[in-house]
Ligand binder design. Structure first.
Ligand code: FAD
Length: 439
């Protein structure tokens, strides 16, 4: 018997939403992609910052800064069956290209798989509510059209692909309310020039913190990086820099403009930049979605995708972090597509809940807080390969696993230059051989 074609609402037209739309249509479903912006790309659509609210998200979705180059080699980063290769005459053929090249790649993906016709641009999903047992009423709003009423439509399933690098998470700093300097979050950082001759404190050790501290050190008087995981009493000048130091975390900020680190040193600073990550948020979902976000853990979700109570009629793509995102989106999408058409079976509700509990027990046993629930750094390929197996898809290519590991190692050894120097040419040759299957 042919599987039923379902009408699916996909929230978001970034890389995850595009991957989902492609897989859902391949499976015979009818997806509609709701996208707030006027273009596809999500994070990769570079946009002006929210100047009025430097600690908040305001209306800006993207957190890209001007100098951003990918932190994964393009071969690793691309979708499995649509290699991210530099075409003839490419504007940026580098292995770790600038953000504009990633946007071009996603646009090509959308064109190649004829996805533009599925996207409703400048349309925000404002509410998603259950409509009976298995269906959803999706309320959307056409942006920029005054006086137009919200539109309500019924869908068989809702797939959430709204991204999770927009809503800033802010570090708690005792005394900061009386401190006279400026605070901002990396979400609103674009270029170093405004920090000319200033003393800037960067909080965090993520890829963004590393990039932004180096960007700013090129113009600032001093850059001080405060890292929670640095051993107490750390105060080290950074190799290769005359004006950059690594410290343990900030202890307090004071009314006289000084900021005191846990290592006992203090500086009079102009700016504190929080490179402290982001929060998951689903403002359009109500209590009937059955999920909650507690300590940045979206719960309960079977394999980071399905709330057991409502599976498969509500799902989430792209929640895991410390992963290679695009191939993971592709595999999650294939899995959801197959489950929705009944081709792939899910365990019972009770079994899925047991699996969720298992994950939490493992986190607890490792002493990890709940907010690490979607951190897949220790098992992303195991997870990908599990998804692939569910879908009858080959596991993640061996060359991709090896190249990812080689890049991690190279990044640690050459933090300043890993994007331009590498020694994995043998793996690169293997990847190029594999790409011949798709080009
Ligand atoms: C600074 C930075 C650097 C990164 N560098 C890399 C890298 O080098 N390599 C890599 O692979 N990944 C990188 N990433 C991760 C990147 O976020 C993912 O690669 C990927 O783009 C995420 O795609 P997404 O579709 O899940 O989310 P997004 O790209 O955030 O897309 C979500 C979309 O949903 C839309 N949306 C949200 N809410 C609604 C709503 N209510 N109604 C309608 N539309 C809505 C948004 O407008 C947006 O277009 C980086 C991320 C950041 C922030």
């Amino acid at each position: 018997m042919p599987s039923p074609s379902l009408r699916l609402a996909v929230v978001g037209g970034g890389a995850a939403g595009l991957a989902a739309a492609r897989e859902f249509r391949r499976e015979g479903h009818s997806p509609v992609v709701f996208e707030r912006a006027a273009a596809v790309g999500g994070t990769w659509l570079y946009a002006a910052p929210a100047a009025a609210d430097p600690l908040g998200a305001a209306a800006t979705h993207s957190s890209l800064y001007a100098s951003l180059r990918t932190n994964l080699p393009r071969e690793v980063m691309g979708f499995i069956d649509f290699p991210f290769v530099a075409g003839a005459g490419s504007a940026d053929p580098r292995r770790f290209p600038g953000h504009e090249e990633v946007l071009r790649y996603l646009e090509e993906f959308a064109s190649r798989f004829d996805l533009y016709g599925l996207v409703r641009f400048e349309t925000e999903v404002v509410r998603v509510r259950r409509d009976g047992d298995r269906r959803w009423t999706v309320t959307s709003r056409k942006l920029g059209e005054k006086g137009k009423r919200d539109e309500e439509e019924v869908y068989d399933a809702v797939v959430v692909c709204n991204g999770h690098y927009t809503e800033p998470r802010i570090a708690h700093i005792p005394g900061v309310d009386a401190w006279p300097g400026k605070q901002m979050h990396s979400h609103n950082y674009r270029v170093p020039e405004p920090f000319h001759d200033q003393v800037v404190i960067i909080i965090g050790a993520s890829a963004s913190a590393v990039d932004i501290s180096r960007d700013i050190a090129s113009v600032a008087k001093e850059v001080h990086i405060a890292v929670r995981s640095a051993p107490a009493y750390t105060c080290k000048k950074q190799p290769g820099y005359e004006n950059m130091w690594l410290h343990s975390m900030i202890d307090r900020a004071q009314e006289d403009g000084s900021v005191v680190f846990q290592d006992g040193n203090s500086v009079i600073a102009d700016v504190i930049m929080h490179c402290t990550g982001y929060l998951y948020g689903f403002p359009f979902l109500g209590d009937d979605s059955t999920i909650t976000v507690d300590d940045n853990c979206v719960d309960p979700l079977y394999k980071h995708v399905f709330p057991p109570e409502l599976a498969p009629h509500l799902s989430f793509i792209g929640l895991p972090w410390k992963v290679i995102p695009f191939p993971l989106f592709e595999l999650q999408s294939k899995w959801i597509a197959g489950v929705l058409s009944g081709r792939i079976k899910l365990p019972s509700k009770e079994e899925m809940m047991e699996d969720v509990k298992d994950l939490h027990s493992k986190l607890e046993a490792c002493g990890w807080p709940k907010r690490y629930a979607h951190n897949l750094s220790n098992y992303q390929f195991e997870y990908d390969d599990w998804l692939a197996e569910q879908c009858g898809h080959p596991p993640i290519e061996q060359w991709r696993k090896l190249m990812y590991a080689a890049n991690q190692k190279n990044k640690a050894a050459l933090p300043e230059s890993y994007r331009d120097e590498w020694d994995d040419d043998n793996i690169l040759a293997e990847a190029k051989e594999d790409f011949k299957n798709y080009l």
